[in-house]
Design a protein. Structure first.
Length: 431
């Protein structure tokens, strides 16, 4: 059977065998399949899904498409962290230096933006001089120098994922569960860290909108990790509104620095501490002692010191004044007073991406000064004409009135108060 026939079989709901999956991955790796056929298979998988055997096979083939680093062989104490993607999700930028400040080294192979979310590497690229391109030896040197390494995929690590990841972003196939599992776990297993904490987002701003869908993804990711001998826990966290107030790249770096300095956004800080505590528990630390150490590191300046060491070790300039700024800011005011009872986090993320914090095409450049700062959260009382958000205008040409109207319409204002959503929904076994 040729590959077109394999695409048609999946389109019609059939299961792919290992040879077909291997051909798909090989074609993404060496270019032997044209991009339109790769995109067609991605869409067929997105629409028809994959069973557990197909998903495991896809993960394994993507892992084997390149080299495996097995960092745990040299640094068994190192922790990895991954988020399934959300809006205002600045956690990785805070978690890595925070954990290193309490003696838990962190290595992450991060990605770029997908769909309505902003990617960790794109955010770090906003720091002048930051270099995410590292090989295995350089990653170990970073861990020794500052206790934290946030790196990009090399050409030799899961190369199939690099091609498919970029195609997913521009083909509307980002939310597919088997594609998410294979993409995440092929990179995590290739990096080879022995402990992994997962942040599985759930809600309007996430790729998994319901608690059942989020639990399904969390369970699938954790099972692949555990089956591979990795200590792993998955927390399901709320994404019915932006987690942090900043949506973009440079603006999210500023927010990370604020939290690491003992201030910043309360919700972002709470989720970061919860994930960091779970990582420390996986490494054998007492839960209460772990949380106490994390809170202290944020309060006494050691977390901010760890951030500065991490930035310098990666070649970056830690001076926040060097970060790009917007060329214009536009406040978006509420048309009526009341209470914020709902928020379309995905729409806010898409607006931020449209104005420059994301990509509409694979080759499009990020505008680091662009994005959004959200001022209103679910449960807040809001007055008429009070700012809901501030649009950060960068160098990309945009329709300002349209962006303002989309932001305003993303907030639902009602007459009655509602309780804020619960941030931490629990682990896979608790929800």
């Amino acid at each position: 059977m040729g590959f077109v026939e394999a695409v048609a079989a999946k389109r019609d709901g059939g299961a792919l065998d290992r040879d077909q999956v291997a051909e798909f991955v090989r074609g993404a790796t060496d270019g032997s399949l044209p991009r339109e056929q790769l995109a067609a298979m991605l869409m067929a998988i997105c629409c028809r899904g994959m069973n557990a055997d197909e998903t495991r096979c896809l993960t394994d083939e993507m892992l084997r498409s390149g080299e495996a680093w097995d960092l745990a062989a040299d640094r068994p104490e190192v922790v990895d962290k991954h988020s399934t993607g959300g809006v205002g999700d600045t956690v990785s930028l805070i978690l890595a230096p925070l954990l290193s400040a309490v003696g838990v080294p962190v290595a992450m192979m991060a990605g770029r933006g997908l769909g309505h979310t902003q990617g960790t590497l794109d955010k770090l690229d906003a720091i002048p001089g930051w270099n995410s391109s590292r090989n295995r030896g350089e990653t170990l040197e970073l861990l020794d120098a500052c206790g934290a390494a946030i790196i990009a995929q090399t050409d030799d690590v899961a190369p199939a994922d690099r091609t498919l990841y970029a195609l997913r972003d521009v083909t509307g196939t980002v939310p597919s569960l088997p594609l998410i599992v294979a993409s995440i776990m092929s990179k995590k297993l290739a990096l080879g860290v022995g402990t992994l904490i997962l942040d599985v987002k759930c809600g309007s701003g996430a790729f998994r909108k319901t608690i059942d869908d989020a639990r399904e993804l969390a369970a699938a990711l954790r099972q692949v990790a555990v089956d591979s001998g990795v200590r792993c826990e998955a927390l399901i966290t709320d994404m019915n509104q932006p987690l942090g107030p900043a949506l973009g790249t440079a603006c999210e770096v500023r927010e990370a620095v604020a939290v690491l300095g003992g201030g910043g956004d309360r919700l972002l800080r709470e989720v970061t501490i919860s994930l960091s505590r779970e990582a420390m528990i996986l490494r054998g630390r007492d839960p209460a002692e772990a949380e106490s150490a994390l809170v202290a590191a944020l309060a006494d300046g050691s977390a901010l010191d760890a951030w500065q060491r991490m930035v310098i070790a990666h070649g970056g300039d830690p001076d926040p004044d060097r970060l790009e700024t917007p060329i214009e800011t536009v406040d978006v005011a509420a048309a009526t007073g009341g209470f914020v009872v709902g928020c379309d986090g995905e729409e806010l993320g898409r607006v931020a991406a449209t104005v420059g914090a994301g990509r509409r095409r694979v080759e499009e450049e990020i505008a680091h000064g662009a994005g959004m700062v959200v001022h209103a959260r679910i449960g807040d009382r809001i007055e008429k004409h009070q700012p809901l958000a501030t649009l950060l205008v960068g160098t990309r040409a945009i329709d300002r009135p349209q962006m303002v109207e989309r932001i305003r319409n993303a907030f639902v204002i009602g007459p009655d108060a509602v309780a804020p959503p619960r941030l931490i929904l629990g682990t896979v076994d608790e929800v």
